[in-house]
Ligand binder design. Structure first.
Ligand code: BV8
Length: 255
């Protein structure tokens, strides 16, 4: 790791030590080292590369579900099983340790995630705000009744409740509103944050991509962790070019 990167990490560590309330926003990149493909970005590890012929951004819509519920639920079930097989990586674990450290110092720590894989919670993070819902929860399309999920794949697609009602994953599709409580929670903590950490997100999906503006208005020190440059790289205070699993452990002392 170069001298500049080392200095930037030290700057980030100091900001996290002294910087008041901490808000972290994560995207699919934080789960890349858990072998869960991202949606965008370089390399063959993207979802589109793995799920040939279909662009995730067209599948993650109510229209796609309406047109072909079998295809969309097959895609989500394939992802659900991949998430179940995945393990939290050092990046997830470091964020759980950082939360303990910040809260132990009497400051607030809030993890806002765009991810639906549940790995932050499995790593020990608490109070996680799931901005885009969870692939581990499915519900009746009309009734909203929670579905009981099989250990393995569904028997057939599209899956239904016992009464024959179609079910869908409880994720937020493009064109759908984010859960009101998640949006309110994010707005509240961003207004009083001292440090904003954006990790593993291409920062192109709104409203989450706009959170950095709220943090900057609050006067927060802004930090990005990403091996590639993104839509916000030009405005963050500290840019850490690297993988979350490699960079984040350095924030929690020692590492
Ligand atoms: C809404 C479903 C309104 C779950 C997803 C302005 C304001 C509001 C809305 C809009 C707006 N402008 C446009 C919109 C519409 C739209 C939008 O943002 N479109 C974009 C494409 C322009 N937004 C919406 O539709 C949102 N809804 O606002 O509704 C409304 C209000 C009232 C009533 C009705 C409607 C809904 C957005 C949620 C969409 N759902 N997914 C699922 O299937 O998972 S979004 C999808 O993209 C995923 O959830 C994913 O989390 C999200 C963002 O992607 P990233 O997480 O950033 O991942 P990506 O692959 O892009 O990048 C990975 C990054 O990681 C890369 O930078 C890579 O370099 C890096 N990386 C790789 N390896 C590592 C790494 N980083 C660190 N370590 C590594 N090892």
């Amino acid at each position: 790791m170069g001298v500049d990167q080392q200095q930037s990490i030290e700057k980030a560590r100091l900001a996290l030590e002294n910087g008041g309330n901490v808000v972290v926003l994560t995207g699919s990149g934080v789960s890349a080292e858990s072998n869960i493909p991202t949606f965008r970005g370089g390399g063959a590890e993207t979802m589109a590369a793995l799920w040939a012929d279909f662009d995730p951004r067209t599948l993650a819509t109510p229209e796609a579900f309406e047109a072909d519920p079998g295809l969309v639920t097959r895609w989500y079930d394939w992802r659900r099983l991949m998430c179940l097989r995945a393990e939290p990586n050092p990046g997830h674990l470091a964020l759980a340790a950082l939360q303990k450290r910040v809260e132990g110092a009497g400051r607030r720590f809030t993890l806002l995630t765009q991810n639906v894989d549940g790995l932050h919670q499995r790593a020990g993070s608490t109070g996680v705000v799931e901005l885009h819902g969870s692939i581990m929860r499915w519900r009746g399309v009309r009734s909203g009744a929670p579905a009981v999920l099989p250990e393995g794949p569904f028997d057939s697609y599209p899956p239904t409740l016992d009464n024959g009602e179609l079910i869908r994953p409880s994720v937020v599709w493009f064109g759908e509103a984010l859960p009101g409580d998640a949006v309110r929670a994010a707005g509240e903590v961003l207004r009083s944050c001292g440090v904003f950490l954006s990790i593993g997100t291409s920062s192109v999906v709104y409203p989450a991509a706009g959170f950095i503006d709220d943090a900057r208005r609050a006067g927060a020190v802004t930090i990005e962790v990403n091996p590639e440059s993104t839509a916000i790289s030009g405005v963050v205070d500290i840019c850490l070019r690297g993988a979350a699993g490699g960079v984040l452990p350095a924030f929690v002392g020692g590492g």
